[in-house]
Design a binder for this molecule. Structure first.
Ligand code: GLC
Length: 638
């Protein structure tokens, strides 16, 4: 390690100037234990890990030197407040730039729409140069240094980031880590036989190894892209392709791949990006005889990425996209036996699935017991909470959780799939099976409004059903806004947009990725219209959340078992620190709760903060909630 120090202070001073050099070296001291531990474990046996460390530190120095002064100022502010992203005012919005506003410049012209919803965090779906033709919604990147020309230029990206920063907003974009497009320069060179680039991928001369791996590998897109390997004529071998045949998995056991992807991430950070959504991270490491997901090395890689990105661009956050079993979700935030900093953010997939499950059954017991027993997000990491995203909803209910709630896991998962595709008699939902088949526990596509029953109610001209469906939408978001983490609004939910049946596509996830309907948006302040009702509901949630520090990400979440099967009840914050109690009725029937629960949660003089009805409805010692209604209450200020 001494040799890292030798010469480095001088180089740092030359590149960064004395003040920033001191900061850089101080950061190096902080990240060094994680950097050396991870590099040794990942690459120690095949390469000189010490030399690799030096190279990566030098790369980080180069990127730190290239960082814009305005970004450096953001870095400094964020370093002095490591929980900067956990504030209750942090509210996210997710959209495709083209579907929202045509181009990146167009997005910049629509920031008022976001500000109106209290949004401070904008996640733009894949926007880097994809391969031509089918690109899995942009998740097959052909060039990480070029913005998709249909959306604009890299200068437009930086201009948008600047504009967001000037309004106190942050920019998140996708970083597709697990694979590149077949058309990426590295893959083209690999196919052409360039040995250095061939070693970036996993290309096998015959079926021997692929067949051995396939024994234990699941299929991710069984209908769209069966199998995990693709024969490539030019490459003359079987290429590892977990997702589509045009998405070539990178081989992270090669340190050159780690180095190249780290540099890619740092270039994006230097363009002004604040958060990288790291795509498909469970798949980064392969091991024969396993499902090649969630391998210990995948975590080490993320920890190493985190260490080196912190060194060069300390204001950058990493967000894990890991749609894994509930038991291991928090490991992507570093919650292992021993805590090691990993991703700063991760999708709370379990909360999402629990909400859908409880809304379908009208019973919160499974959610209550499953959410109560999981570990908290290790501080300073946080969840991002959401009701749905651009992908299908997979029914991640664990067998253990189901059993504890008296259910069979496989049966419940199958039933959820049937329910949300409208195949059960009492279903209000209008989703479609994503891949797979009816009758299986298949994942489901559909917009939030369609899955909540807005479409069915409108079609049946049923006002009561419409009221309930919109309440469902609001109540699901009330949990997303209050359970703990950064809430994400998926574009169109604020207008209760329905499934896009015009999206004729082999991949029916496009059903729930409709283009923004600006005609509908014009009705957003019309309280009598469907978009107006959804919009005001989300606006009010944002205002109520932002005014309650206990609804930020750091405050603990304690799930309470009240013995009322319909109710999901949780306390945010600590007693004496203005905690918030959320009571959510998952059933269509009205429900009530003994007010003694409020006192025993530490709230002595309850005051209404926000609710479906706009008041604290207490009758004969019971807090009353309408069907699919919620209530947030706090302590009266003294
Ligand atoms: C992630 C994305 C998904 C994509 C896959 C492959 O899961 O969310 O849309 O298909 O990765 O990149």
């Amino acid at each position: 390690m001494t040799s890292v120090a030798t010469g480095l202070p001088r180089r740092a001073r030359e590149r960064l100037g004395p003040e920033h050099a001191t900061e850089f070296l101080a950061r190096l001291t902080r990240i060094l234990p994680d950097a050396t531990r991870t590099l040794d474990a990942l690459y120690g046996s095949r390469t000189d890990a010490q030399a690799l460390l030096h190279t990566l530190v030098d790369d980080a120095l180069d990127h730190a030197a290239a960082r814009d002064p305005a970004l450096r100022r953001l870095d400094e502010a964020r370093e002095s407040d490591p929980g900067w992203f956990q504030d209750a005012r942090m509210i996210g919005y997710v959209c495709y730039a083209d579907r929202f506003a045509g181009t990146l410049t167009g997005v910049g012209e629509h920031l008022d729409h976001l500000a109106e919803l209290g949004v401070t965090y904008l996640h733009l779906m894949p926007l880097l140069q994809p391969r031509a033709g089918e690109s899995d919604g942009g998740y097959a990147v052909a060039d990480y240094d070029t913005v998709d020309p249909r959306l604009g230029t890299t200068a437009d990206l930086t201009a948008l980031a600047d504009k967001l920063h000037s309004r106190g907003m942050v920019l998140c974009i996708d970083m597709v880590l697990n694979h590149t497009a077949r058309e990426h320069e590295w893959a083209r060179e690999a196919a052409a036989g360039e040995p250095g680039k061939r070693a970036f991928y996993r290309i096998f001369p015959d079926r021997t190894e692929p067949d051995a791996f396939e024994q234990t590998l699941p299929e991710i897109f069984p209908a769209l892209a069966p199998g995990n390997f693709t024969y490539d004529v030019e490459a003359g071998g079987w290429v590892w392709t977990t997702f589509h045949d045009f998405q070539w998995d990178l081989d992270y056991s090669n340190p050159d791949v780690f180095r190249a992807m780290l540099a890619t991430m740092l270039r994006l950070a230097n363009r002004g990006v604040d958060v990288l959504r790291l795509d498909a991270v469970p798949f980064l490491w392969k091991r024969l005889g396993t499902d090649c997901q969630n391998q210990p090395e995948a975590h080490l890689l993320l920890q190493a990425f985190r260490a080196f990105t912190r060194l060069a661009a300390p204001g950058l956050l990493l967000k894990a996209e890991a749609m894994v079993e509930p038991e291991i979700l928090a490991t992507y935030l570093g919650a292992q036996d021993v805590y090691h900093p990993e991703c700063d953010l991760a999708y709370d997939n379990q909360l999402m699935v629990m909400l859908w499950s409880a809304m379908a059954t009208g019973d919160a017991r499974l959610a209550t017991q499953a959410l109560a027993r999981r570990p908290p997000a290790p501080d300073p990491a946080a969840w991002v909470t959401y009701v749905r995203c651009h992908d299908d909803i997979g029914w991640a209910v664990s067998d253990v959780d189901a059993l504890a709630a008296g259910m069979s896991g496989p049966e419940h998962r199958r039933w959820l799939s049937e329910f949300y595709t409208g195949s059960t008699p009492d279903s209000f939902a209008d989703g479609e099976v994503f891949q797979g088949h009816r009758g299986g526990a298949s994942p489901v596509s559909g917009t939030l409004a369609s899955l909540c029953g807005v479409g069915a109610a409108l079609a049946g001209e049923d006002d009561a059903a419409l009221r309930l469906a919109l309440r469902r939408l609001e109540t699901m978001y009330s949990v997303v806004f209050s359970f703990g983490g950064i809430p994400l609004i998926y574009m169109g939910d604020e207008l209760a947009m329905l499934n896009d049946r015009t999206a004729v596509h082999e991949d029916n996830r496009w059903l729930h990725r409709p283009p923004m309907d600006w005609v509908l948006a014009a009705y957003r302040h019309d309280a009598g219209s469907v978009p107006g009702r959804a919009h005001v509901a989300l606006r009010r949630l944002a205002i109520a959340r932002a005014s309650q520090p206990s609804l930020g990400s750091t405050a603990p979440t304690t799930v309470l078992d009240t013995g009322e099967p319909q109710l999901l009840v949780y306390l945010r914050g600590r007693p004496r620190e203005r905690p918030v109690l959320a009571v959510v009725n998952m059933s269509v029937a009205p429900a009530s709760m003994d007010t003694a629960t409020i006192g025993s949660a530490g709230i002595t003089t309850p005051v209404h903060l926000h609710s479906t009805t706009g008041s604290l409805d207490i009758t004969a010692g019971r807090l009353e909630l309408p069907g699919c209604g919620f209530c947030w209450l706090g302590e009266r200020p003294t």
